[in-house]
Design a protein around this ligand. Structure first.
Ligand code: UD1
Length: 385
């Protein structure tokens, strides 16, 4: 029996936790042979390699080492290099995840070579085309043959866009699979020096990296002012992304911003503590014990909903509405007054409690592989044709 050859693609940090459980499930099935490609969109030790370790992922067979660049340059470079991989491996299926440039570039390359594409986390829409991720989502979904969705809104969006019903599969959230796998082990994750000394005192955790919040210095200063006022209620740990870190160098830093970098410090209110990007387990640990998240990330809106930790999203929209409808998330933009009053409510413990969204049960990857097994003959037939 010829094995179905599957190429899984990862490129940027949020892809790793979405792909790891799927690779693990695929490796249990004899009828599949899977290979992993890393585009190298994220390349720093702290943005990439530590995640392979924490998520127990196999080393990628191909690293395209594309690195940073403008959207067009990065996308084009990934396409050029991924096409060569497709020529040499001849996959029967390419599996992409999420909404980053690597997702779009590899889906487009595969579709042009008439290789079927499966998209994990299909159908999410912010309806805001100023976000590069929204463009990536729309195009990737329109090119995909198998669309795995995480929430009901994704199914609705895809139907509205005319995607055939038989291509849409509501499977749940593979990022939550990773969270379920790792959560029991978080207390074993090493805490950075001064973080170990928090000892149950409340704190907020912040992550801000969207171009719309950090690329314009005036916006970034507004974000810092918000974090500064939040810190008067409880110390803020601000885990920086390289993009944010670079931009912070260009603005007048808030007086109350202290870089931690693992040094011991006397953690106190009124201060924003700047941390480098953290490994998955360490971030989970810090998130699980925080009083609230202040973020513009996509994935964190989902993780906080699952963990029932209040989340304030510093954006004007979300592509993950279930986190607002059932979860702990509120969309607050950069409205400082609203944010501070929300944080006061959170400190008073009167925030909405989460109901776990349907199928966020740690078994999404299992469902994905079950569906791929059902489609197995279709995939091999196409490959043979
Ligand atoms: C990308 C995704 C975004 C995701 C984010 C998570 C796209 C369009 N955006 O944004 O959806 O939320 O990843 O992190 O794909 N850099 C480093 N080291 C690295 C990677 C990046 O220093 O390992 C710096 C580079 O200077 C680069 C900048 O960060 O120019 C931005 O990286 P890029 O991959 O282009 O986009 P992200 O902002 O990370």
């Amino acid at each position: 029996m010829k094995k179905v050859r599957i190429v899984g693609v990862v490129g940027a940090r949020p892809n790793f936790m979405k792909m790891a459980p799927v690779l693990r499930e695929l490796s249990k099935c004899e009828e599949f042979e899977s290979r992993l490609v890393h585009t190298g969109q994220h390349y720093d030790e702290s943005m990439s390699r530590v995640f392979f370790r924490d998520l127990n992922m196999p080393n990628p067979e191909f690293n395209l080492e594309v690195g940073s660049g403008s959207h067009a340059v990065q996308t084009a470079e990934i396409m050029k290099r991924f096409e060569e991989v497709c020529w040499s491996v001849k996959p029967d299926l390419v599996v992409v995840a999420g909404d980053v440039n690597s997702t779009l570039a590899c889906a487009l390359t595969a579709a042009k070579l008439q290789i079927p594409v499966a998209h994990i986390e299909a159908g999410l829409r912010s309806f805001d085309r100023s976000m590069p991720e929204e463009i990536n989502r729309i195009i990737t979904d329109s090119l995909s043959d198998i669309l795995f969705t995480t929430e009901e809104s994704g199914n609705r969006n895809l139907r509205r866009e005319g995607i055939a019903e038989e291509k849409i599969h509501f499977v749940g959230n593979t990022m939550i699979d990773s969270l379920v796998d790792c959560y029991g082990l978080v207390d074993e994750a090493p805490a950075q020096g001064s973080l170990a000394s928090i000892n149950g005192a409340p704190y907020f955790l912040a992550t801000i990296h969207r171009p719309s919040n950090v690329d314009d210095p005036a916006q970034l200063v507004r974000v810092l002012e918000i974090l500064e006022s939040a810190s008067r209620l409880a110390p803020v740990f601000f885990v920086s992304h390289p993009r944010t870190y670079q931009r912070l160098e260009q603005v007048k830093r808030a007086d109350k911003l202290v870089e931690l970098n693992g040094h011991a410090a006397n953690i106190q209110r009124g201060i924003i503590y700047l941390l480098p990007p953290l490994p998955y387990m360490e971030f989970l640990r810090l998130m699980s014990k925080s009083r609230a998240l202040v973020t513009d990330s996509g994935g964190i809106q989902e993780e906080t909903t699952f963990l029932n930790i209040p989340c304030l999203t510093l954006r004007d929209n979300t592509e993950r509405p279930v986190t607002v409808e059932l979860g702990t998330n509120q969309i607050v933009g950069l409205d400082q007054k609203k944010i501070v009053s929300s944080l006061r409510r959170i400190m008073g413990k009167t925030w909405q409690a989460a109901v776990t969204p349907p199928l966020w049960d740690g078994r999404a990857a299992e469902r994905i592989v079950k569906i791929l097994r059902k489609k197995r003959s279709l995939l091999s037939a196409r490959a043979a044709a």
